[in-house]
Design a protein around this ligand. Structure first.
Ligand code: FPP
Length: 242
């Protein structure tokens, strides 16, 4: 049941899911156990986002830097992504959720890429909520790939050089992997860390930030609702005077 106020609901909420490893270790378990529990938190947040009327929910599932983790943890996480997507997709589709994965997909293996393609195709027609999984993603990588795309376009279309030289901030948006997706209104990071860790650096320029000590596997419906309540009280000025 939705208990939060329906006023001032953020259009786009983004979640930096941190603390899975610590949650598992506190219980004397392997780190990967925390990632499994973390998927339950994702489900709870998706349900709550739909109930609240949030239109975009993005989650930082794996950064470009996470490839440097021990190989067995990387393998376990990639396997978990395939399993979670396969297991959740029908229910997401039934609930009107459009599923997207954004990031450096060239680094993902074929099984994961095929699963992602299937899930994205299956849910492409939905519009209640868009769930965006940032996978093999980092903010600096995104800005760099956008700049490269723009440079390539300029070389290919020299006649558009002047138009591109006059391009404003909004024009550059369309080269980022998040093209067409509104910037996050609220970015929440769990587990007591107060940093962005190379996440949505361009898109998060004016996002409201919320840092909580709760570890990701404990971040469920009540915690998500509390984050929405906190957002509803924020005064956003975008550098202007009110
Ligand atoms: C950070 O915790 C968490 C991750 C790097 C992975 C999170 C991924 C999921 C929960 C899978 C979601 C996937 C889908 C497709 C729904 P950490 O390991 O950095 O924790 P620590 O800071 O305690 O070590």
């Amino acid at each position: 049941m939705a208990t939060e106020s329906k006023t001032n609901v953020p259009v786009h909420v983004s979640l930096i899911m941190d603390g899975n490893g610590r949650w598992a270790m506190e219980r004397g378990k392997e780190r990967v156990y925390g990632h499994f529990e973390g998927v339950e938190s994702v489900r709870a947040c998706v349900e709550t986002a739909v109930e609240a009327g949030v239109k975009y929910l993005s989650i930082y599932a794996f950064s470009e830097e996470n490839w440097n983790r021990p190989q067995d943890e990387v393998t376990a996480l990639m396997g978990l992504m395939v399993k979670a997507m396969a297991a959740e997709m029908e229910s997401l589709d039934r609930n009107g959720v459009r599923f997207m994965v954004l990031g450096n997909r060239a680094r993902l293996d074929k099984e994961l890429n095929d699963t992602i393609d299937r899930c994205m195709e299956m849910t492409a027609h939905n519009s209640t909520l868009t769930l965006i999984v940032l996978l093999s993603y980092s903010g600096k990588w995104d800005i760099l790939q956008a700049a490269k795309k723009m440079a390539a376009e300029m070389l290919e279309h020299p006649e558009r050089r002047e138009e591109m030289e006059n391009m404003g901030v909004d024009g550059f948006d369309r080269y980022l992997v998040t093209a067409g997706i509104p910037d996050p209104d609220l970015i929440v990071r769990t587990s007591g860390e107060s940093r962005l860790s190379n996440y949505l650096l361009w898109q998060g320029a004016y996002s409201e930030l919320l840092f909580t000590d709760i570890l990701w596997p404990d971040f469920r419906k009540d915690e998500f609702r509390a984050a929405l309540e906190s957002y509803a009280k924020r005064d956003r000025r975008y550098g202007k005077v009110k």
